[in-house]
Ligand binder design. Structure first.
Ligand code: F58
Length: 842
């Protein structure tokens, strides 16, 4: 048992004084007060909300640590296979609310805080979001951590501890302004492990020699070293003691501090500069969403993180004294997109150069260890690194990449002789000027499974960008795992009243761990009381959002209007421009009506939110236009409540938790074939909102589950896109009359200086309309008219919402993680026997 690891003579004393977590309200209050007085060194007489948050977080943190230690011991003792999820992004959001709910102590904390004079909602709001990610990919990683722990899988996340997460967005005069997000002032959720460090090497050169047996050995020498320091974050599972670990690496100068020798000899500046250069590596998250910019510092980040993580994983494995060939029986590593692909090369280097394995034996281990998830088909997002850059920064890795490529191409040549085109297409090295390393090709060659994130997307990668690899490796290597979301955060936490109502009809909270139980709701679609309560909850959520809109934008919106929401990163492929063109069209249509006609129209609030990458000029134009349209429409007396257009500043995870439950209809309107999956679509439907969307990503599977009567689909299909694009460029490209009318109005200056929006207009009208806005606009407007019509029939609408929620069981990230566990990682849950506190496989 675990206890046996304590030496006999001391065991009794240790066990006697083991810390036990608080059990009741009194115990919780005692912990809060103790933390205020001692940990925070504050007087009880001036404890404000932020101190109350800190103390409450510390009280829960103590609980998590205890379970976290036990979980790690249990997993080590059971010697179970672990999965390591390598992601450059973890978009965690707030931790306190989640921790309270997952350990099942929120009610107790609420009562305790009330006795101490605080409202729990206000205390929760004090927490700064942990925003170490850009968008969907980063949030998916966070949902996966929640599911892995909740399902008792032995799993660790590995990432970077950025000092600055994604920037804070301010809107000033209608423009996006970026403000640094320094989030580490007070972060009780991380534990620095100053004793867990790894030296990471950069630059230098490779020395070749021959050993006694005549074998060539390579050693990477020289260059500079940077220290990686581990920071651990506990990840509590829901309704289980399992508390997994997220390990984030922070960079420091190898000497720890600045170089004293240089310092003492008077070279102050360079001694401090070295230190700062080292710390720069983990300083800031790159704020691009679906764009690869190939910056040296980014490659440094990637290698720093990958090398530290692998060193850690290998160190753990070596403790078990098992032979190397068993490595894949104990370790699965999942690559969240190509950003950690160097891990493949690094593991090969460790095995061959440092551990002395033969190339083929090592490569076999590598391939059986890794799995690769692709999240995009957009060409501009596919990572490539220049050969000279890798040569400079990681000389030995470049050699290994060349060897991997050589052996791969040789096998392709044997399989498909005399096919030079094929070799050129699949080569890991692109023969451009300069040569480039194609990271996706390396990831495919070095993994045993490659998956896309929704059915359409997985089919697309098999038939387009990775087509040749399917020929070479066979179809079994390529698979689909449709994304999912954690119902704990995205229903229970974000929408507590709806969660409670659902629990009351489905036999308790079981649906939170088996989301298919939602299907029981279909029995109550006609239940009057139930429907009434459902509608009240939606209304209350809209009231809450209306208050936020008023407080942050000054615009008054009516909670009885239809709330139409598009919140996500701003990108041309996601087509926020089409949405705002649609809003302008609505405005013009309303303006053209007589007051009597207007009376009959349905009031709408068009709600936008999302960040533009700081260097993405067109995305910033889109934000600017949305704000300018709002300024005109919201102040037009003819229009009143019939149309409001608002842009919500600084969209992030905690804002999503408030916005999503308040939506009537949300927009997922990407050009068909461009959005790999989308995950907010799932969150909106799960919260009783309907969606308008294209046949893209997970929208297709959502339709299959909830039924096509419950979704508003429109637009061209993925299979038509290529032809349409070709027609724009080489045939005639006619702009729909309604869209032309919108462009006229922009060009007349109704929404500010037309020059400011000339790029947006001409991209559609004069430059090929790559994202097919003109092709889909008509059907988009028609479908919005259907939305209006449907919303007028509130009873029917409600039926659609309830039915949809009942059919959303498939989209839990628990289902998704179980698919990875079985189909890719080959890992089993480690269930906990509380009484014995020993581990037994299920
Ligand atoms: C997103 N990708 C997809 N990438 O766009 C979305 O359809 C999908 O649902 C989601 O992944 C989860 O699978 C995405 O968010 C990034 O933000 C990368 C950040 C680093 C640079 C390249 C893009």
């Amino acid at each position: 048992s675990v206890e046996a690891s304590i030496p006999e003579p001391q065991r009794e004393a240790w066990l006697k004084h083991q810390t036990s977590p608080f059990k009741d309200k009194d115990g919780f209050e005692r912990e809060v007060v103790r933390h205020v007085e001692t940990t925070l060194a504050r007087s009880l007489y001036n404890c404000d909300e932020s101190a109350a948050y800190a103390a409450c977080a510390l009280a829960f943190r103590d609980r998590l640590i205890l379970e976290w230690n036990r979980t790690q011991q249990r997993q080590t003792f059971a010697d179970s296979k672990r999965v390591y999820y390598l992601s450059l992004e973890f978009l965690m959001g707030r931790a306190l609310d989640n921790a309270m709910l997952n350990v099942g102590q929120k009610d107790l904390a609420k009562a305790g805080l009330a006795e101490l004079g605080f409202r729990i909602e206000d205390v929760i709001q004090q927490e700064h979001d942990a925003a170490l990610g850009n968008g969907g990919l980063g949030r998916l990683a966070a949902c996966f951590l929640d599911s892995l722990a909740s399902l008792n899988y032995p799993a660790w996340g590995y990432g970077l501890r950025y000092r600055y997460g994604i920037f804070k967005q301010e809107i000033i005069d209608g423009y996006q302004v970026e403000v640094p997000d320094y989030w580490l002032d007070f972060n009780p959720w991380e534990f620095p492990r100053h004793d867990v460090t790894v030296d990471i090497q950069f630059y230098g050169h490779v020395v070749k020699s021959t050993d006694e047996s005549g074998k060539t050995v390579c050693r990477w020498e020289g260059g500079e070293t940077v220290k990686a320091v581990a920071y651990d974050v506990p990840i509590p599972g829901y309704d289980t003691p399992t508390t997994n670990n997220l390990r984030l690496w922070s960079s420091k100068a190898a000497s720890g501090e600045f170089d004293f020798q240089k310092f003492n000899s008077g070279d102050y500046e360079s001694s401090v500069a070295d230190q700062q250069r080292a710390e720069t590596i983990s300083a800031v998250l790159y704020p691009n969403d679906n764009l690869d910019r190939g910056k040296e510092l980014r490659l440094k980040q990637q290698y720093f993180w990958v090398a530290a993580s692998l060193y850690d994983i290998v160190r753990r494995f070596k403790k078990s004294k098992r032979p190397w060939k068993e490595f894949p029986d104990k370790v699965a590593i999942q690559l969240n997109d190509t950003h950690p692909t160097l891990a493949i090369v690094e593991l090969q280097r460790i095995l061959v150069d440092l551990e002395g394995l033969e190339w083929d034996e090592a490569w076999n281990i590598v391939v059986n260890t890794f799995g690769y998830t692709n999240h995009t088909v957009l060409p501009e997002a596919l990572e490539k690194w220049s050969v000279p850059l890798i040569q400079h920064l990681l000389p030995r890795h470049l050699q290994i990449i060349y060897d991997v490529n050589l052996f791969f191409l040789q096998s392709v040549e044997r399989q498909f002789p005399n096919n030079r085109d094929l070799l050129r297409e699949v080569s890991i090295i692109e023969e451009s000027q300069p040569k480039m390393v194609r990271m996706a090709h390396l990831a495919i060659v070095g993994s045993h499974k490659v998956n896309g994130v929704a059915e359409l997307h997985s089919d697309l990668i098999k038939t387009t960008i990775f087509k040749d690899f399917v020929e070479i490796f066979g179809p079994d290597k390529f698979t689909n795992v449709t994304n999912g979301i954690t119902p704990r955060r995205w229903l229970h936490q974000a929408n507590p009243r709806l969660s409670e109502l659902i629990a009351s009809k489905t036999g308790g909270k079981g649906f939170l761990t088996d989301l298919t139980l939602l299907s029981k709701l279909e029995l109550y679609v006609d239940d009057k009381e139930f429907r009434k309560e459902w509608a009240e909850i939606k209304y209350a959520n809209k009231v809450r959002l209306a208050k936020h809109i008023k407080a942050t934008t000054g615009v008054t919106v009516s909670p009885s209007a239809l709330f139409d929401v598009q919140v996500k990163r701003i990108h041309e492929y996601k087509r926020q421009q089409m949405n705002i063109f649609g809003a302008i069209h609505r405005y013009l249509t309303l303006k053209a009506m007589t007051p009597e006609e207007r009376q009959k129209q349905l009031p709408r609030v068009s709600i936008f939110g999302g960040k533009a990458a700081p260097g993405y000029w067109m995305a910033k134009q889109i934000i600017h236009l949305i704000n300018n349209v709002g300024a005109v429409v919201n102040n037009d007396k003819d229009i009143g409540d019939l149309l409001k257009v608002v842009f919500l500043e600084d969209y992030n995870v905690s804002k999503a938790e408030m916005i999503i439950p308040a939506s009537d209809i949300s927009e997922h309107i990407s050009t068909a074939g461009t959005e790999a999956s989308g995950t907010s679509n799932m969150k909106f439907v799960l919260n009783g909102g309907l969606i308008i969307g294209t046949c893209d990503g997970a929208n297709i599977e959502i339709t299959r589950e909830i039924g096509e009567n419950n979704i508003f689909l429109f637009g061209n299909l993925a299979e038509d896109v290529e032809e349409l694009r070709h027609a724009h460029l080489y045939g005639q490209h006619t702009i729909d009359a309604d869209l032309a009318r919108v462009f006229d109005e922009i060009e007349r200056g109704t929404f500010g200086n037309p020059q400011d929006f000339a790029g947006m207009v001409s991209a559609v009208r004069d430059h090929g309309d790559y994202y097919l806005v003109s092709d889909d606009f008509h059907s988009y407007l028609e479908t919005h008219a259907l939305v209006d019509e449907a919303y007028r029939d509130q009873e029917q609408w409600l039926t659609k919402c309830i039915t949809s929620v009942a059919r959303m069981g498939f989209f839990s990230s628990d289902r998704c993680i179980n698919e990875y566990a079985e189909g890719i990682w080959n890992i089993e849950p480690l269930v906990v026997d509380r009484d014995k506190e020993t581990a037994a496989p299920k």
